[in-house]
Design a protein around this ligand. Structure first.
Ligand code: HEM
Length: 180
């Protein structure tokens, strides 16, 4: 994944737990890169190793690290570094999610060699919808929960995320029910 993802893990750890914790995470991960370049691609393993090491060093379940990372990605990386791109996604949570399937095609103008996630939106109602998530990677379900929670916070609505099916239970893709 592009270095910006690893840099965001660094930001999440450093801002919440300090520079020393990040040094410990880096050491434990075995990833021997001093500073990541946002626009440089790195092996996916690096990202998973860093997230796993963060869970160990911070003594948190990996699930919670991934949820916190999803929120950080939207509220810090997205809003602070790509504010106009995020704002162009929609005027409210429902609009943003309906537009989500096309979102990474715009991100690809910035990161052309992206291996993006795929989303499909169904069951659109006044106060809920279903987000279908397809990925070539495994183990990022909780990251998506955090992303969806982060979007709720971005639009200042009380969003509830329920997992209705997951590849962990044999389904071919994950489905999240988002209610607000
Ligand atoms: C301006 C905001 C955003 C940028 C710049 C961005 C960029 C990226 C980048 C660089 C990756 C790594 C993939 C790679 O390097 O091959 C990625 C992955 C991902 N993004 Fe985004 N993204 C943004 C917003 C979002 C939002 C709002 C969502 C969903 C709610 C999202 C969902 C994901 C997921 C789930 C992945 C993991 C890849 C996978 O599932 O295979 N992103 N994104």
């Amino acid at each position: 994944m592009y270095g910006i993802v690893n840099k965001a893990i660094q930001g999440l750890v450093t801002e919440n737990f300090g520079k020393e914790s990040w040094e410990k995470v880096k050491q434990k991960s075995g990833v021997e890169i001093d500073s990541f370049l946002s626009h440089e691609p790195y092996p996916d393993e690096y990202t998973f190793q860093l997230a796993g090491a963060a869970a160990e060093v911070l003594n948190m379940p990996l699930k919670d690290v991934l949820i916190a990372f999803g929120e950080y990605w939207v509220l810090k990386t997205g809003m602070q570094h790509y504010g106009s791109l995020m704002q162009a996604g929609g005027n409210n949570l429902k609009e943003f999610l309906i537009n989500l399937p096309a979102f990474h095609s715009r991100v690809m103008l910035i990161y052309p060699n992206l291996t993006p996630p795929e989303f499909k939106i169904t069951n659109i109602d006044d106060n809920s919808l279903h987000v279908h998530y397809f990925s070539q990677r495994q183990g990022l379900k909780d990251f998506v929960v955090g992303l969806l929670q982060g979007l709720g916070k971005m639009y200042q609505v009380n969003a509830q995320i329920l997992i209705s099916q997951t590849t962990e239970n044999g389904a071919d893709h994950d489905v999240f029910i988002v209610k607000w």
